[in-house]
Design a protein around this ligand. Structure first.
Ligand code: UD1
Length: 420
């Protein structure tokens, strides 16, 4: 078992370079199943969710060659599998993208029920509704999902909830369908636009990604080869922005798209931080204690739920009483118990948490309940007085590349320790 040992009390200072977006990469890689050819994908984050995606694609018959730690070629000419390994697919959330992609490619697939972070109920009814409206027969049971379609035919699909996963999955299934598919009430996250851009680079005809109505005009086939670079990770950039604020630091965050960070920038300015926008890099600093703020998580362009725990750390040491309302995931306040162990004053009940800001946090043994909770506790450990031992760090490795190296380069004192 590995843990991170953090000797805290550091003000983070320096430069950090953001990796490619996890949530785009875990959709773009399965999207290559829609073609019969070789694609080069760069700016791929080297994280465990990407490694497991690659593993599953290889099990289905793809040939993957890593050219550098962040660039690979994927050859999908010999895909013959109809069953994705249930043990691997049930381990992580984005395995559901295999359904949309394989329905498009061969009209048949079976995957394990998607796992991933434990954030409460994570239904996929909107994905299934979309596949069925396109003409697929979907069966869910015994820990797996089977989907089959003789032919997919474009149609209008209204999403009852704004879902990132359902929007991307329906796009994937519609690319090679007959006729036009319209997704109404679509999600607008930057990685949706990135997946649509990738599919269009491969020859798809998708319009409107980034708005709440997306039209996909089905095409007969995709091009056989090309290359694509994954968009920078909005959430990783946001994590370093809030790390700068939480530690009263000064960080230049490179390789990011500042427009994707507007919702975080607005909150940082509200609580007294400074943000300098250089377009593809952003400098975040603060030289005083941040002030209170109220946060409500919402689909993009609202404040991202995946930034909520990191903001929770900032508010736990802010001046005044802050309230966070979590509107996307019901179990996203598990990290608050760990912050309480570090000296924070937080009351969390249901979808609301009240943060009565304290001046300092103190190092303690803490456990990451999920990916973003892990990132938040890492930041808490860096700002806290004394030593923090952070456990369950496999959650963090799922979504952050070289996390401790990046924080160490900003001055943090972090060691990865392997325990029996
Ligand atoms: C994606 C992200 C995750 C992020 C989330 C919200 C990936 C791999 N993961 O997850 O990091 O926290 O977006 O920004 O991209 N819902 C339904 N029915 C469905 C689908 C979703 O009711 O069929 C609900 C969910 O319970 C949740 C909300 O819709 O309350 C948003 O979920 P969704 O956007 O689908 O999240 P994911 O795509 O799973």
């Amino acid at each position: 078992m590995e843990k991170l040992v953090i000797n805290g009390g550091t003000r983070l200072k320096g430069e950090v370079t953001i990796s490619g977006a996890k949530n785009a990469a875990v959709a773009i890689l399965p999207a290559t199943l829609l073609l019969n050819g070789v694609y080069t994908i760069s700016n791929v984050p080297n994280i465990s969710d990407v490694k497991i995606t690659c593993d599953i694609l290889q099990d289905l018959g793809a040939k993957i060659n890593w050219i550098t730690p962040n660039e690979l070629t994927i050859d999908t000419r010999d895909i013959d599998g109809k069953e994705a390994p249930l043990d691997k697919t049930s381990k992580f959330r984005a395995s559901y993208y295999l359904i949309g992609s394989m329905l498009g490619r061969s009209g048949q697939i079976e995957v394990g029920l998607p796992g991933g972070c434990n954030l409460g109920a994570r239904p996929i009814d909107q994905h299934i509704k979309g596949f069925e409206l396109l003409g697929a027969k979907v069966d869910v049971g015994q820990g797996k999902i089977s989907a089959k379609a003789k032919k997919l035919v474009g149609t209008s699909i209204y999403l009852d909830v704004v879902s990132v996963g359902a929007t991307i999955n329906i796009m994937l299934a519609s690319v090679l369908a007959e006729g036009t598919t319209t997704i109404d009430n679509a999600a607008k996250e930057p990685h949706i636009v990135d997946v649509a851009n990738f599919l269009n680079t491969m020859g798809a005809d998708i319009r409107g990604a980034g708005t709440d109505v997306i039209k996909i005009n089905g095409v007969k086939e995709l091009k056989h080869e090309g290359s694509y670079s994954v968009v920078p990770d909005q959430i990783e950039a946001g994590t370093f922005m809030l790390a700068a604020i939480a530690t009263k630091g000064d960080i230049l965050i490179k390789n990011c798209i500042s427009e994707h960070l507007d919702c975080i920038t607005a909150k940082i300015l509200e609580i007294g931080g400074d943000v300098e926008d250089f377009g593809d890099s952003i400098r975040v600093s603060i030289n005083k204690r941040p002030t209170k703020a109220n946060i409500k998580t919402l689909p993009y362009p609202g404040f991202p739920t995946d930034m909520q725990p990191q903001m929770g750390v900032v508010l736990s040491i802010a001046d005044g009483v802050s309230v966070i309302n979590e509107s996307i995931w019901e179990s996203r306040f598990q990290y608050t118990n760990e912050l309480i162990n570090m000296g924070a004053h937080i009351t969390a009940q249901g979808k609301t948490a009240v943060f009565e800001g304290v001046k300092e946090l103190y190092g303690a043994p803490v456990y990451a309940s999920d990916l973003r909770a892990g990132a938040a506790l890492l930041i808490a450990g860096i700002l806290a007085k004394g030593t923090t031992e952070l456990y369950n760090i496999d959650h963090i490795d799922r979504g952050y590349e070289k996390i401790e190296e990046k924080f160490r380069s900003l001055g943090a004192n972090i060691t990865r320790v392997t325990e029996e």
